[in-house]
Design a protein around this ligand. Structure first.
Ligand code: ZN
Length: 340
């Protein structure tokens, strides 16, 4: 049965995350958190359950506009409603949002070298911009943590493997040379941002790899070994933050990619091997198939916890040629900033 492996995961969760309710038929639903919890348990890591404290106003102001914060609070506390066709709030969305945004801040002082935290939060965050809620996101959870770490002079790598591009995060830190933002995402797809050429907006620190529908773990492995791993090694982050959506999983009802749980394990294990002493925080973003969420979180934590090696061979995936062509283009652009 359950067997501890001596590696601990700081697990950030709160009842209020279940109370953000986006609508009866909305796929971004509270049950997703139970699946994440199941994944954490399955991983066999020791669990240190921690209550995330709300991000305070100063922490939010580091990435969001004052008027936006005030308007969002007022909107939620007066009962909520629809912000756009797929982003809906209820009263509890405010407290859920500020605790989700505070989860990274709560985890940071608890993590030493090589430590791992899982922020099992709703609503997700990576689409939220400085002044706009969109794509199920209200406050940018990972960005609040990035800003805090930057305030401490730390270099931060954000790896975003959600099937969607994290437009909000890129927009907030694209011009900071001490924040590396890496995203593999389906394209063309919501929110239609995340181009390879964006690398020219920063100092090589915006690394986007848009891939076509049908792309799977074979391409992700090659992208890691030929593009992402060399860049992360040269960037030398002090912290690793993962925008962990599981909607690139083959079972996901929204995404069109073909990852399996072992692919998340492989990416995590590679990151751990490259950055053995770097603390890592995993932020839940998207992912709408419950078993994909559970198995993906399980594999992520075993990979990051260093308790399992995952095969270098993808499980039968054969990505479209266009995915490999996109990788070659991304490598050409990146080679102007990094040794690949
Ligand atoms: Zn997503």
């Amino acid at each position: 049965m359950w067997e501890s492996m001596g590696v601990e995961v700081v697990y950030l969760s709160h009842d209020v995350f279940y109370k953000h309710f986006a609508g009866a038929r909305h796929i971004e639903r509270p049950e997703r958190l139970r699946a994440v919890e199941e994944g954490v348990t399955r991983s066999g890591l020791d669990i240190q359950a921690v209550v995330p404290h709300p991000a305070d106003r100063a922490a939010l102001l580091a990435v969001h506009d004052q008027n936006y914060i005030d308007a969002l609070r007022e909107f939620c506390l007066s009962g909520g409603g629809s912000i756009d066709s797929d982003t809906h709030a209820v009263t509890e969305t405010w407290e859920a949002s500020i605790r989700a945004a505070g989860s990274g801040l709560t985890a940071i002082p608890l993590l030493g070298g090589g430590g791992v935290a899982m922020a099992a939060v709703r609503p997700p965050g990576h689409h939220a911009t400085a002044n706009r809620a969109m794509g199920f996101c209200f406050l940018n959870n990972v960005a609040v943590a990035v800003a805090h770490l930057r305030g401490q002079g730390r270099k931060v790598a954000v790896v975003d493997w959600d099937v969607h591009h994290g437009n909000g995060t890129q927009e907030m830190f694209g011009d900071d040379p001490d924040v590396l933002y890496v995203s593999i995402h389906q394209a063309p797809f919501y929110p239609l941002t995340g181009h390879i050429e964006d690398i020219d907006l920063g100092e090589g620190t915006i690394v986007n790899l848009p891939v076509p529908i049908g792309t799977g773990g074979d391409l992700y492995r090659r992208a890691f070994s030929e593009l992402i791993e060399p860049i992360i090694t040269q960037f030398r982050p002090d912290w690793l933050l993962i925008s962990a959506g599981y909607d690139a999983h083959v079972s996901d009802p929204l995404g069109g990619l073909r990852l399996v749980a072992a692919d998340y394990g492989h990416m995590s294990a590679r990151l751990r091997e490259l950055l053995p002493e770097v603390p890592a925080i995993v932020f839940l973003e998207g992912g709408y198939d419950l078993e994909a969420l559970a198995s993906g979180v399980d594999a992520t934590l075993r990979g990051l916890g260093g308790v399992e090696q995952f095969s270098d061979e993808a499980d039968g995936a054969t990505s479209p040629d266009a995915a490999f062509r996109a990788l070659e283009v991304a490598k050409e652009y990146a080679a102007r900033f990094w040794s690949l």
